[in-house]
Design a protein around this ligand. Structure first.
Ligand code: SF4
Length: 248
């Protein structure tokens, strides 16, 4: 698949489209029914040049009210866990697979993930981190293009295209499964060890072999025909963070 047509960036390379342009493109998105029930669209927050992007599932009640991911109890747990990797919130970027809260905190539906996931793909392409940490099953399955659960996959790093991927538990899950906290802590230490062993390359430099990508015909998120967008999203490989059709 191609990348989205963000106005002004129809032949984009990684790190070329600023996050602000992607947020502007999202606008008052109504591509799926969650646009009707949310209080605030929760885009993402953090360092636009982060080496590590954390991907969660979707906004909860506090996030929906404040418009920011990982606030409240889950946010406090995440902050504590970051210390195990030698990181702070200023070092990382956090976004969710879906940007609007499902009513009653139900699980997101597949068609909602399909509608929203191109925006996460663009965010990751904009930041172009070294490592993606997937918090919970929804993030893991989207990023890794697998149906396997995080319980089976966690405990090691995986190479997905350009990225090192660490699947692990969602911090909120440790509230109901306190025994998972030890495993989550171990995964954060693994992340810290990898970062220490792999010092940051020159900031902002994208390897020359990384291709640019021509955008596919796109509409604004507000004016789009959801049926068209959903059918396009369904044809996309979810793990395909790089476009398949390359024209460097
Ligand atoms: S596609 Fe994403 S941003 Fe748009 S309404 Fe649905 S959940 Fe919200």
């Amino acid at each position: 698949m191609g990348v989205m047509c963000i106005p002004g960036y129809d032949h984009q390379k990684p790190r070329e489209v600023p996050l602000e342009a992607i947020r502007d493109f999202l606008g008052n998105c109504q591509l799926c029914p969650l646009g009707q029930t949310r209080n605030q669209l929760v885009f993402g927050v953090g360092n636009p040049h982060a080496r590590v992007v954390f991907v969660g599932e979707g906004p909860g009640r506090n996030e929906d009210m404040q418009g920011e991911p990982f606030v409240g109890a889950a946010g406090k747990k995440l902050n504590a866990l970051l210390g195990e990797a030698g990181l702070t919130r200023d070092d990382i970027y956090i976004a969710n697979v879906i940007k609007c809260r499902p009513p009653g905190n139900r699980n997101p539906k597949p068609e909602e993930i399909e509608a929203c996931s191109p925006f996460l793909r663009e965010q990751i392409r904009s930041i172009w981190p070294d490592v993606i940490v997937c918090l919970g099953n929804f993030a893991t399955q989207f990023i890794m293009g697998t149906e396997q659960g995080v319980t089976k996959l966690r405990g090691q790093m995986y190479e997905v295209g350009h990225f090192q991927v660490i699947p692990t538990f969602h911090p909120a899950a440790t509230i109901y499964h306190p025994d998972w906290l030890e495993l989550l802590t171990a995964d954060m230490r693994m992340l810290g060890a990898w970062l220490a062993e792999h010092p940051a390359p020159d900031a902002g430099v994208v390897p020359s072999e990384v291709p640019s990508a021509t955008c596919r015909p796109e509409r604004s998120a507000e004016g789009a025909d959801p049926g068209v967008v959903l059918s396009e999203a369904r044809s996309a490989e979810s793990k395909d963070l790089l476009p398949a059709e390359e024209d460097a």
